[in-house]
Write a protein that binds this ligand. Sequence first.
Ligand code: G3H
Ligand code: 13P
Ligand code: ZN
Length: 340
Amino acid sequence: MPLIPMRTLLDHAAENDYGVAALNVNNMEQIQAILEAATETDSPVIIQASRGARDYTNDNYLRHLMLAAAELNPNIPIVMHQDHGNSPATCMSAIENGFTSVMMDGSLDEAGKNPNTYEQNVAVTKEVVAAAHARGISVEGEIGCLGGIEDGHGAGLSEEEAQEHLTDPAQAEQFVADTGLDALAVAIGTSHGAYKFTKKPTGDVLRMDVIEEIHKRLPNCHIVMHGSSSLPQELRDEINKYGGSLKPAYGVPVEEIQRGIKHGVRKINVDTDNRLAMTAAIRKVFTEKPAEFDPRKYLGPARESMKEICKARMIAFGQAGWAGKVPTKTCKEMIDFYKK
Ligand code: G3H
Ligand code: 13P
Ligand code: ZN
């Protein structure tokens, strides 16, 4: 099956009340881990690459790896999504390289550092929607700013500062009307990376009520949760046991994500949990077998460890069991859908 547009998958998820993990990749092992998890759970998948991931892999390698994934897994619907596109040019180059979905993150300026104005955000998002929809490609936009910083991307807001940049539900409603996007990323107090909350998050810092309010106003809009890694304690302990030095931190509890899915959340971005899983496995090999130097002997366990996290999330978010039932629309077919 060819790579499918994200809109098709999220529409199906909304009709059937499930969410889909959007999993970041930077190499072959991560793509394989996701597809193995998808096969074992019969899940459709969203595989996403950040700008940093595209630089690291080189677009040509990434495109061919994704085409190989589609060829080898004809029964798994796969979306290839640009994560945090910083400009229309980034989104267009993703489309040229075979991505079937793009995020135009106009919440921040092109440098990915400072919050944009509402008008600036609308302008860049609208531009991408027009160009992408003409090609049947799906578009995610973002209103409000997340905390943290990843690979130079992010306003670097602290846990407290992030609370000042939460999504305003009324503005979200306006933003969807002004841009015509397919999926809306919202800021509810989460941040990217391994340090989200200093204690187990309660409703005053992890604002699931904001999602509920947005869903009330926009019942047909697909909501996206970024910074949704749960930062499992056992993985943090494992990394530290084998020489790591992660400080204590709390992530987004899976039960809160499940609550979000009941209120319109359809795409859940998870990267850090997979990074932790791979790192724990690699550290274990290097500690227990210091003489090991065959990359397959540590990348293999890392892939296996990531697969287990992916499977757990696919089951928890409800996408498991749906692979064979997602309509297999192509991007070409979506061109007419957007014309209507
Ligand atoms: O948006 C954040 C993702 O975790 C991707 O991170 O920019 O380091 O690839 P990255
Ligand atoms: P995490 O850092 O919580 O995994 O978030 C990933 C993300 O939002 C990618 O866009
Ligand atoms: Zn993100």
